[in-house]
Design a protein around this ligand. Structure first.
Ligand SMILES: Cc1ncc(C[n+]2csc(CCOP(=O)(O)OP(=O)(O)O)c2C)c(N)n1
Ligand SMILES: [Mg+2]
Length: 639
């Protein structure tokens, strides 16, 4: 990758020898502030700010630099290191990976609190720069507070746990090592194929140590993000496959959005009549109302998506990682040949004809090469009919009129209705993502933001904060379950601190309704999935007739205690009113609503592989195992 625009800068004759005496922390900050990214001729500053929680390991190093030069990078205080990585992920995704945030922590627990966030970033292929503090490089007095002492290794620290969840990891034992570490970090962060969490562990003494840095390190540097064109042979193979296919299907993943390929996809679809199914990250590739948008496919797929998938003879994935939710654990496409268009070889090589290339460049090349080819009218009409029928099913689910408590689907309908067309809905875990991907009517390419690579409980509020930082002009609606809320809600305080307004819809069903359903499906009666007082040794099983009372939690009061403006709704009508009222509030609002735990959106001819105990004393488990073995026979490896 080109290193940028040095050639356009006036050349300093003394540049080779000029140096600046700075600490490693100060040099790091100057470097970060000088990084830019460019794609399609448009330049952006790459780092939009730095989240941090200070302690020994960063307070006197990078923290000192941030204090001394607060003009170089905006500092944001957070409450929890995992949450600040989530915020950075929300930000990067909203910026289509053309911008990122930095996260700095103390050593030990502050650092390892970021490991989960690193996994979220890497699995979702989103850039974040993590700077955990680390133990002394010079080891003047070991063990330092919070140091891991490995009996057989002197050179490991807790930060080694970042290695498997980072796309690039380095530890800067000496100041000089910072230079190659930073160049490698930027290469990975700005590479559409390689990106993910980048971790540079920074021993606390090194951060504070002064060094003579070559001034060239601080030059403005523009990292070009290429659009890798498709290989001609691979393109020809996909064109041949399409020309002989009768029932082709596109599966649009997050890569379509990140590559800004949605318009190219839409043009191709309009011309060829190939229907499109979407993944969670690909939602927004086509907007609601497009006659060939089938909706989601796979385990949480729509009837339209799953029916077309079932009979498809050629499935072309664009920017998807083919997760088990998309493939219904390899049962969704029983008849199909495949092609995979992906900028990352890791993903393009997973199924069928591999095209390792940029999504937009490939779709445009495909449109040219297909030269007027289209699917048969019958197939197009069949797909369009299924789309219309699915739309009616959504209408039904959004107006269930469930009582006494509303169904979650009605809450989704109310929020969708209240939200402006360019608002962003944010979610991550529980029963909500599966319902959302089926029911949410997307009106903006960036209007749907569900983290479903890691489906990490607790992503929602912090991730929403990052989305709002990246797009302050948009309304951000966070849909969060009571379980996720209890795991990581404290960034409400950060939103209040920063004057960033989120509208958080807190959906309470007294526990883990998603896993309760899963538990019942595997014969375990919802064991351990309700928030109930422990009475007779049981935590309350679904349907056991005498459940103990729910825990006396007041999550709305909890949200108010963190500084949110809180509104409570009991019915769908009230919810609609409160969502309107929320629009006039100028700070983060939490709209609290209780829903019926059992009024779930059904599955539509789909399956998800969750192994059931092979032997058990419980009859329901044995029945579930029999059913599991039957369903598993439909599994087909993509060979
Ligand atoms: C950090 C984390 N721990 C555990 C899980 C497994 N898990 C997935 S959904 C879920 C329950 C979510 O509860 P809640 O947010 O209330 O949503 P609901 O299922 O009730 O819709 C659990 C425990 C997870 N995805 N993430
Ligand atoms: Mg819940």
């Amino acid at each position: 990758m080109a290193l940028g625009d040095e050639t356009t800068q006036p050349r300093d004759v003394s540049r080779g020898s000029a140096t600046l005496r700075l600490t490693t922390g100060q040099a790091l900050l100057r470097f970060l502030a000088a990084q830019f990214v460019e794609r399609d001729g448009v330049e952006h500053r790459f780092f939009g700010g730095c989240f941090g929680i200070f302690g020994h390991g960063n307070v006197a190093g990078f923290g000192q630099a941030l204090h001394q030069h607060s003009d170089l990078l905006t500092y944001y205080q957070s409450r929890n290191e995992q949450a600040m990585v989530h915020a950075a992920i929300g930000y990067a995704r909203m910026r289509n990976r053309l911008g990122a945030l930095v996260c700095t922590t103390s050593i030990g627990p502050g650092a390892t609190n970021m490991v989960t966030g690193a996994a979220v970033a890497t699995i979702n292929r989103l850039p974040v720069l993590l700077l955990p503090g680390d133990v002394f490089a010079t080891r003047p007095a070991e063990p330092v507070l919070q140091q891991l002492e490995a009996p057989l290794r002197g050179d490991v620290s807790v930060n080694d746990t970042f290695i498997p969840v980072s796309r690039y990891f380095d530890r800067v034992w000496r100041p000089e090592q910072l230079v190659p570490a930073l160049l490698a970090a930027m290469r990975v962060l700005t590479s559409p194929a390689e990106t993910g969490a980048v971790t540079i562990a920074l021993p606390q003494d090194v951060q504070a140590e002064a060094h003579e840095w070559p001034t060239g390190l601080f030059d403005r540097r523009v990292w070009h993000v290429p659009r890798l064109p498709p290989d001609g042979d691979a393109l020809a193979r996909i064109v041949d496959a399409l020309r002989s296919a009768h029932r082709p299907l596109f599966v649009a993943g997050g890569g379509v959005i990140y590559s800004e390929a949605a318009e190219a996809l839409e043009r191709l679809v309009d011309r060829t009549g190939i229907p499109v199914a979407i993944t969670q990250a690909g939602t927004g590739s086509l907007l609601h109302g497009h006659p060939l948008l089938l909706g989601a496919v796979g385990a949480t797929g729509t009837l339209a998506g799953n029916r077309i998938a079932h009979d498809a003879d050629l499935v072309i994935g664009v920017g998807t990682r083919w997760s088990d939710f998309t493939t219904a654990s390899n049962t969704a496409f029983p008849m199909a040949e495949f092609a995979s268009i992906n900028v990352a070889e890791l993903d393009s090589s997973k199924r069928g004809i591999a095209i390792t290339a940029d999504a937009r460049a490939t779709l445009e090349a495909l449109a040219d090469a297909l030269d007027g080819w289209s699917v048969a009218d019958d197939y197009r009409r069949e797909a369009e009919l299924l789309v219309r029928q699915w739309d009616e099913e959504v209408d039904r689910l959004l107006a269930l009129d469930n009582s006494p408590l509303p169904a979650q689907s009605e809450v989704i309908g109310a929020v969708n209705e209240a939200a402006a067309p360019d608002a962003v809905v944010v979610c991550a875990a529980g029963s909500m993502p599966g319902d959302l991907v089926k029911l949410w009517r997307v009106r903006d390419r960036k209007g749907y933001h569900v983290e479903y690579g890691y489906s990490c409980m607790g992503y929602e509020i912090a991730g929403g904060l990052g989305v709002k930082l990246a797009a302050p002009e948009r309304d951000v609606y966070v849909l969060v379950g009571d379980g996720s809320y209890l795991m990581l809600a404290q960034e409400i305080a950060t939103a209040v601190q920063e004057g960033l307004k989120l509208t958080i819809v807190l959906v309470d069903n007294h526990g883990f309704s998603s896993i309760g359903g899963l538990s019942r499906a595997v014969g375990s009666h919802g064991f351990g999935t309700q928030y109930r007082v422990r009475t007779d040794g049981s935590l309350g099983l679904d349907g056991d007739g005498s459940p103990a009372p729910y825990l006396p939690l007041d999550l709305a009061a909890n949200a108010a205690s963190l500084g949110a403006h809180v509104l409570r709704a009991q019915t769908v009508e009230e919810l609609c009113e409160k969502l309107e009222e929320a629009k006039a509030v100028d700070r983060t609002v939490v709209v609290y609503v209780e829903v019926d735990r059992y009024a779930a959106v059904p599955g539509y001819e789909s399956w998800w592989d969750v192994p059931v105990a092979e032997v058990s004393e419980v009859p329901e488990v044995r029945a579930a195992r029999t059913e599991y073995e039957r369903a598993r026979r439909a599994q087909r490896l993509p060979l």
